[in-house]
Design a protein. Structure first.
Length: 351
């Protein structure tokens, strides 16, 4: 028997690790574009899942944006059936008419179709093929746009997508390895023209920025960027937890010796009679306060997509830079004002 190529083995190990952590019920569904990353993922899942006594299927979404896209989706689906995956679906979606740029609209349509398929098949999880290279690109793009820790934390290995667990088993695998694995298995991946289109920032990072960094700083750069994402993600999760605890608890009079947060003590911020206590907010470290304000704005009804750091900064100014300014406007027509030591939504929203 021919020796197994190392990238094929590494990808199977990564998939095995992801699948063994899942609850027993329901198939896993691989989201596959036909590109090298998700094709290598699908091939590894087709191999590993039955050996773990689990069903594995595949969904490929046809955005209908390029000539021949339906044929490409059909070809991926035919390969998947031959590879023993079941269920297999090629789902056409309509991208035109959705809000946002074409890329965002395509992503939204794709994720909706994937979630619908996962629900239809009562899937235990959806698997996507993001690699360590994708993670490094994500971190660089976040750095360049000043995204803050949430962006620098990159893509999580696991997240909830409208109630469906979304897994990224290949975050420790390089794109080079997914290509090598496809070659070793005799698979011909589809080359998405968008990946080389310089009008996309990610494509420019991929083609121009990462190669320079790798040449100048050595091959450890990809690893280091991905590690940065993991470290930042852990810190961010801890700060989010502190903010959630502060937002859940009633404000009380601060007494000398109270750390703002620390020693297991979290100062609550809910004011008696509604709204948030300005004094309690002021006692929090900035990193926790901004998270509290962000979470509260969402609770009031501001859509996360529309809520920007400028809105949160304006809310924060009501606490830390108060000079009698008027109400702050939030997305969705919401307004928040400072009144008698409290931040209050105007117009009788939830407090
Ligand atoms: N048309 C599609 N149908 C199903 N899943 C998709 C589709 N496009 C992308 N995905 C999923 O989302 C992941 C990320 O896609 P994206 O296009 O951002 O990355 P990529 O690096 O080009 O991945 P790939 O090489 O697998 O196309 C893919 O690995 C795949 O799991």
């Amino acid at each position: 028997m021919a020796a197994l190529a190392p990238p094929v083995a590494a990808i199977r190990i990564a998939v095995r690790r992801a699948l063994t952590a899942l609850p027993a019920d329901g198939p896993v569904l691989v989201a596959c574009s036909g590109g090298a990353d998700s094709l290598a993922l699908a091939a590894a899942t087709a191999f590993v899942a039955p050996r773990l006594g689990r069903r594995a299927g595949l969904v490929t979404v046809d955005h209908g944006l390029q000539e021949g896209s339906a044929g490409r989706a059909e070809a991926v689906a035919c390969w998947a059936v031959e590879a023993g995956l079941d269920p297999v679906e090629a789902v056409p979606v309509t991208v035109a008419g959705r809000p946002g740029g074409p890329e965002a609209a395509a992503r939204e349509a794709r994720y909706q179709a994937l979630v619908d398929a996962a629900r239809r098949h009562r899937a235990a999880a959806l698997l996507v093929g993001h690699t360590r290279d994708d993670q490094a690109e994500t971190v660089l793009l976040a750095l360049a746009r000043g995204a803050g820790p949430r962006g620098l934390a990159g893509m999580p290995e696991r997240r909830d997508l409208d109630g469906v667990p979304l897994l990224r088993p290949l975050l420790d695998v390089t794109r080079d390895d997914t290509r090598k694995a496809c070659a070793a298995l005799g698979l011909t991946p589809w080359e998405d023209p968008h990946n080389a289109d310089p009008s996309y920032a990610r494509a420019r990072v991929r083609a121009d920025v990462l190669p320079v960094l790798l040449r100048a700083l050595g091959p450890g750069v990809l690893d280091n960027l991905a590690r940065t994402a993991r470290l930042v993600a852990a810190d961010t999760a801890a700060l989010d937890d502190l903010a959630a605890a502060a937002l859940a608890a009633p404000a009380r009079e601060a007494s000398p010796g109270d750390g703002p947060v620390g020693g297991g003590v979290v100062v609550g911020v809910r004011a008696v009679g509604g709204g948030l206590s300005v004094a309690a907010l002021a006692a929090l470290p900035t990193a926790v306060r901004t998270r509290v304000l962000h979470a509260w704005a969402r609770e009031l009804g501001a859509s996360p997509a529309a809520l920007s750091h400028r809105h949160v900064a304006a809310l924060e100014a009501l606490v830390t830079d108060w000079h009698g300014q008027g109400a702050t406007h939030l997305p969705g027509g919401l307004r928040v004002a400072r009144r008698a030591g409290r931040l209050l939504p105007l117009g009788g929203g939830p407090g």
